[in-house]
Every structure is written in C-alpha cells, then in structure tokens.
Write a protein of this length. Structure first.
Length: 275
C-alpha cells in the first residue's frame, strides 16, 4: 500500500497491492471517464500536418477546462501533458513541432488526476490513409489488450493476463515488448503490482476484488527489443519495426473486471474497425 511521508505528505509506493472499496471505484470511474473523453476529443485533430505539440496543447487545455491535471506534466522532469509515440516509437514519445504525415500511426497516452485519483489510458490513431501492415498491427494490439482484460477475475493470477496477451500476439507473428509493463494506480500514478504482458497461467500474485491497475501491451511487428534515446524518455524498436500500444485502467470486481476508461463515444479503437 502507499504510505504518507510525515514531513511532506507525499504518498509513496510500497510493494503491497492495495484493495479498494466502492468509494475508490466511484472515483476511478470519474477519472477514467474524463481521460476517455479527452482521447475522444483529440481524435478529430489527428490528421496530416498537425504538430504533436498542438495535440499536447489541446489535451492540457482539456484538463484545465475540466478541473483536472495531467499526471505526466513535470513528472520526473517530463514536460508534457501527453506522450505521442509514432510508428517505431514504442512509448514515451515527446510532443514536438514535426508535423504528422499521411500513413503514420500514433499512440496518445493520457493520464489525468481527478480529485486526487488517476485515470490512465492510451489509444492508437491513424493519420490519413494507412497501409494494411499498420492496420493489422493496431488490430492485433487492440485484441491483445482485450484478451488480457478478459483474463482479469478474482482468484486468477496476474500471469494469466500476460499469457493471454503473449499467446495471441506471438500467434499472429508479432512480439511483446518486455521492457515496460502495466502498473497499479489510484491515488498514486504508479503503484504495485507490475502487470507483465507475457507469462504463464497460474504465475504471479492472485487477483482479488478491489485491485486497480493498467493493462497496456506494446506489440512490435519485428523483434521485441527496444532502446532509449538520448532524451532519456523515448523508447524505440531496435530494428526500426512498427510498434503499437493500447491501454485501459481496470478494477477487479467480485465477479470479474470493470474497465474505467472505455470511450463514451465508442472510439476505443479510432482507426475504423474494431479489433
């Protein structure tokens, strides 16, 4: 569980996996819905010629207009309200003044703090007309996420999530990035447990009602290996192959799973088809 530093009041991560009650679930629904609404809003702005810095500005304004705060802004020195990861960028791509190009695929990762609670989600967006290779990768990645979520249930193990994702993605001749994982969250941005996107059924801690975490598989068309660029944030595929990611925040219920970050507008898969 998180603890409070007596001198600073800052909540800190520990290794205990917290179990939350109905009030926390209500708070997470509110935070998750606002994140999803922000990702819905930005979909119309993702088009050729648009700067990712402009997308960042719009997402910051959305947070301010809704009395929320972007969790990534000034987090460990990160200077932006979103992450914008394009083509071979795996995650943590930083907005800049380069225009989006026709055929790009871009992941937008958005986390908002709403009344002290974190909602966290990301989606892939297509820029203009996509080739079939890019479409297929995004379809596989979205399906990987949904299969991972379908494995969430009380009494199951966290390894069940990773197994569901890995077995499907690798069966489609793609690879699962192992350098990054999902995470617990709530009143902390990153908390226990770590959610691996690969593994075996029955491994890991047991899932219990009240647990909150993200599932956010990163799937590559090529090999799973990544490297971090000199900026200290941007992760790219070592072989320059395309990479995609989708993310939801979920909670374990008495009977299964609740997804907090589903799109109110049905835009969870904004590229056109449902994965």
């Amino acid at each position: 569980m998180a603890t409070d530093d007596a001198s600073t009041g800052v909540r800190r991560r520990t290794n205990e996996i917290k179990r939350h009650g109905p009030e926390a679930f209500a708070a997470m629904r509110k935070a998750g819905r606002l994140v999803a609404e922000g990702l819905d809003m930005i979909a119309a702005h993702v088009r050729p010629g648009v700067l990712t810095s402009e997308l960042d500005r719009l997402m910051f304004a959305f947070a301010m207009d809704n009395k929320a705060y972007p969790a990534t802004l000034n987090y460990r020195g990160y200077r932006y309200s979103i992450c914008t990861s394009i083509n071979h960028v795996v995650c943590h791509g930083m907005p800049d003044d380069k225009p989006l190009r026709d055929g790009d695929i871009i992941n937008i990762d958005y986390t908002l703090i709403v009344d002290g609670w974190h909602g966290d989600a990301s989606r892939m967006y297509g820029v203009g007309s996509l080739n079939r290779k890019s479409e297929r990768l995004c379809e596989i990645t979205h399906e990987s996420l949904m299969r991972g979520i379908a494995a969430v249930r009380p009494g199951g193990h966290f390894g069940d999530i990773g197994h569901a994702i890995q077995s499907y993605a690798e069966g489609e001749r793609c690879s699962v990035v192992r350098d990054f994982c999902g995470h617990g969250l709530g009143q902390l941005f990153h908390d226990a447990p770590n959610i691996l996107h690969y593994g075996a059924r029955g491994e890991g801690a047991m899932m219990e009602p009240g647990m909150l975490f993200t599932i956010e598989p990163m799937i590559n068309l090529g090999k799973p290996h990544v490297k971090i660029l000199a900026d200290g944030w941007t992760a790219v595929t070592r072989d320059r192959s395309l990479s995609a990611q989708f993310e939801h925040t979920v909670g374990v219920t008495d009977t299964g799973v609740e997804i907090f970050t589903l799109s109110p507008a049905g835009l969870d898969y904004p590229l056109g088809k449902q994965g």
